[in-house]
Design a protein around this ligand. Structure first.
Ligand code: 5GP
Length: 192
C-alpha cells in the first residue's frame, strides 16, 4: 500500500506575507510540490507565468470550469477568477507528496468538501495588526484605490473566518523567519 500525501492550504488576507512565506518554504523544501493556480488577473511586474500562477483570459478560465478542470475556483476581491487545478494536486497527494498552495477562504471551503480531513491541513497567516496590513496593501504595486478598498474588505472577511483553519500563525513585521519556522514545524508534525 502506498502512503498518501497531504495538502497544506495557506490562507490569510492580502498583504499578510503568505507569498513570501511560501517562497521561503519552497527554497527550504524542494521536495515539496508547489502547484501553480490559474487566474484571470493581470500579471504584475516581477511575476512569471507558470510559477505561482498561470495567467489566462476570463474566457479561457471559463472553459476550464466547463471542462471540470478545477478542484476549486472563486472570484476573489470581487474581481478576478482564481482556481486550483484538480489533476496536479490529486496526483501529487496520491503519490505521497506534501503539496502546498495558497487559496482564499472560499476555495478552502470548497476543498474541505472534496479532500478527506486526514489529507488536508489549513494554516491561516494572521497579520500583526489591521492598521499595518492596510498600509502594506496600499503599498502594493500600482493598484487602484477601488482595488485597495476591495482588498481591505476581503481581508476583514478572511480574518473573521480564520478560526475555521487548523492553525493560526502570527506574522509580525520583521518576524517572517519565525513564521516560516512555525509553518515548517507544523508540516513536519503533520507528516510524521
Ligand atoms: P493576488 O492577486 O494578490 O496574487 O492574490 C489574491 C488572493 O487570491 C490571495 O490572497 C489568495 O487568497 C487568493 N488565491 C490565490 N490563488 C488562489 C486559488 O487558486 N484559489 C482561490 N480560491 N484563491 C486563490
Amino acid at each position: 500500500m502506498s502512503t498518501k500525501g497531504k495538502l497544506f492550504l495557506i490562507l490569510g488576507p492580502s498583504g499578510s506575507g503568505k507569498g513570501t512565506l511560501i517562497e521561503k518554504i519552497k527554497s527550504k523544501h524542494p521536495e515539496f510540490i508547489f502547484p501553480f493556480s490559474v487566474t484571470s488577473r493581470k500579471m504584475r511586474k516581477g511575476e512569471k507565468d507558470g510559477n505561482v500562477y498561470s495567467f489566462v483570459t476570463k474566457e479561457n478560465f471559463q472553459s476550464k470550469i466547463d471542462n471540470g478542470e478545477f478542484l476549486e475556483w472563486a472570484i476573489v476581491h470581487q474581481t478576478n477568477y482564481y482556481g486550483t487545478l484538480k489533476k496536479p494536486i490529486l496526483d501529487a497527494i496520491d503519490a505521497g507528496k506534501v503539496v502546498i498552495r495558497e487559496v482564499d477562504i472560499q476555495g478552502f471551503e470548497m476543498i474541505q468538501n472534496i479532500i478527506p480531513d486526514d489529507q488536508l491541513v489549513s494554516i491561516f497567516i494572521m497579520p500583526d495588526s489591521v492598521e499595518n496590513l492596510i498600509e502594506r496593501i496600499k503599498k502594493r504595486s500600482k493598484i487602484s484605490d477601488e482595488e485597495v478598498e476591495r482588498r481591505i474588505e476581503s481581508s476583514k472577511n478572511e480574518i473573521k473566518k480564520s478560526d475555521q483553519c487548523d492553525y493560526i500563525i502570527y506574522n509580525s513585521d520583521g518576524k517572517l523567519d519565525r513564521a516560516v519556522k512555525e509553518v515548517d514545524q507544523i508540516i513536519a508534525k503533520e507528516i510524521n
